[in-house]
Design a protein around this ligand. Structure first.
Ligand code: GTP
Ligand code: MG
Length: 329
């Protein structure tokens, strides 16, 4: 059996674990959770004790224990050193074009087997970074690329071939060749967007050397389709499923995933920047690296790293230039 097959079977087994397998979650509580859109262990694992306590009508201590048990069953948290080293063995990196931003992300750019999310207001540079990555992935490894192709999933009609040509020319590459190595798909709704994951998996199996998948935007369709308050749980459930299939794809094929996310006003917040990413803790939990992008002084932009597992929260200055993302304007 191939290694990836074994892994798939293992993951399917995990997916079969039911809410009632968690100590403290009986059929009654499970039914309440399901009615609220929490169908699986991941949904439970990313909840806060307060929310669970309220939703299920149990005390916070019980809720905390159940969440920890769900995390344990999912093996979130610690893996042994050998397993960790093995998983990291063949990681590749794709430069963002800015050494400041690369440093923010640990030194060499976005990484394979990971999901990097950029969220921020309109015009903050999320799409421009995506376009830059679609070009940079094609660079040889010693120049900061992964010698591979890009998939660009466009949900908003923002893909611009002229921009790709410009960025390619800026680095002295053949613009037509660079364009040919970017496989663009327009996703018309969230179901279509989810189906495209299967299509990408197929293309990789057929030998396409895809090393980055760019999704611009991750959440726009989900946000537009699930508008009512009562639909929030369904949306989160679907988004959660989608993020899982993305992470599985990233790990199976050793490719990087870059997603953009919109922000929504958070009127409850009184200090600082009153915006939060769409999708809330479901997306936060799935993202390995989250960057908040905003406009800075004198045409610059600032990327801030948000709750990274192994890097300090930090900021980096960058510019969106004719040649793509750079350190200088
Ligand atoms: P939304 O998708 O609207 O949420 O925004 P976004 O974060 O995706 O913004 P995007 O990445 O499209 O950034 C747009 C900005 O990039 C513009 O306002 C310009 O400042 C800058 N930009 C785009 N193209 C060029 C270019 O060719 N040259 C330069 N110098 N800047 C550019
Ligand atoms: Mg955009």
């Amino acid at each position: 059996m191939a290694k990836s097959e074994a892994k798939e079977i293992k993951e399917e087994k995990e997916a079969e674990t039911k809410l009632t397998d968690v100590p403290g979650i009986g059929p009654g509580i499970a039914a309440k959770l399901e009615a609220a859109g929490v169908y699986d262990l991941m949904g439970l694992a990313v909840m806060s004790p307060a929310t669970l306590s309220e939703m299920a009508g149990v005390g916070e201590a019980v809720a905390r224990k159940a969440i920890q048990a769900a995390r344990g069953l999912l093996k979130l948290g610690f893996v042994d050193g050998m397993e960790f080293a093995k998983k990291r063995e063949n990681i590749m990196y794709i430069t963002t074009g800015s050494s400041n931003m690369n440093n923010l992300l640990g030194g060499r750019g976005i990484e394979t087997k990971s999901l990097t999310e950029a969220y921020g207001a309109f015009g903050s540079g999320k799409t421009q970074l995506g376009l830059t990555l679609a070009v940079n992935v094609q660079l040889p490894v010693e120049k900061g690329g992964a010698n591979g192709k890009a998939v660009f999933i466009d949900t908003e009609g923002t893909f611009r071939p002229e921009r790709i040509r410009q960025i390619a020319e800026g680095m002295g590459a053949n613009p037509e060749k660079v364009l040919k190595n970017i496989l663009v798909a327009r996703a018309f709704n969230s179901d279509h967007q989810m189906l495209l994951v299967d299509k990408i998996n197929e293309m990789v199996k057929e030998g396409e050397p895809i090393k980055v998948v760019i999704i611009d935007s991750l959440t726009a369709h989900f946000r537009a389709e699930f508008t009512g308050r009562g639909e929030l749980a369904d949306r989160q459930h679907k988004l959660n499923k989608y993020l899982h299939s993305l992470m599985r794809m990233a790990e199976m094929h050793n490719l990087a995933i870059y997603v953009t996310n919109q922000v929504m006003a958070n009127p409850a917040m009184m200090f600082g920047d009153p915006t939060t990413a769409v999708g809330g803790n479901i997306v936060a939990h799935a993202s390995t690296y989250r960057m908040y992008l905003r406009r800075g002084k004198q045409g610059s932009r600032v990327a801030k790293l948000i709750d990274s597992p192994n890097l300090p929260d930090n900021e980096a200055q960058f510019f969106v230039t004719e040649k793509g993302v750079k350190d200088e304007g």
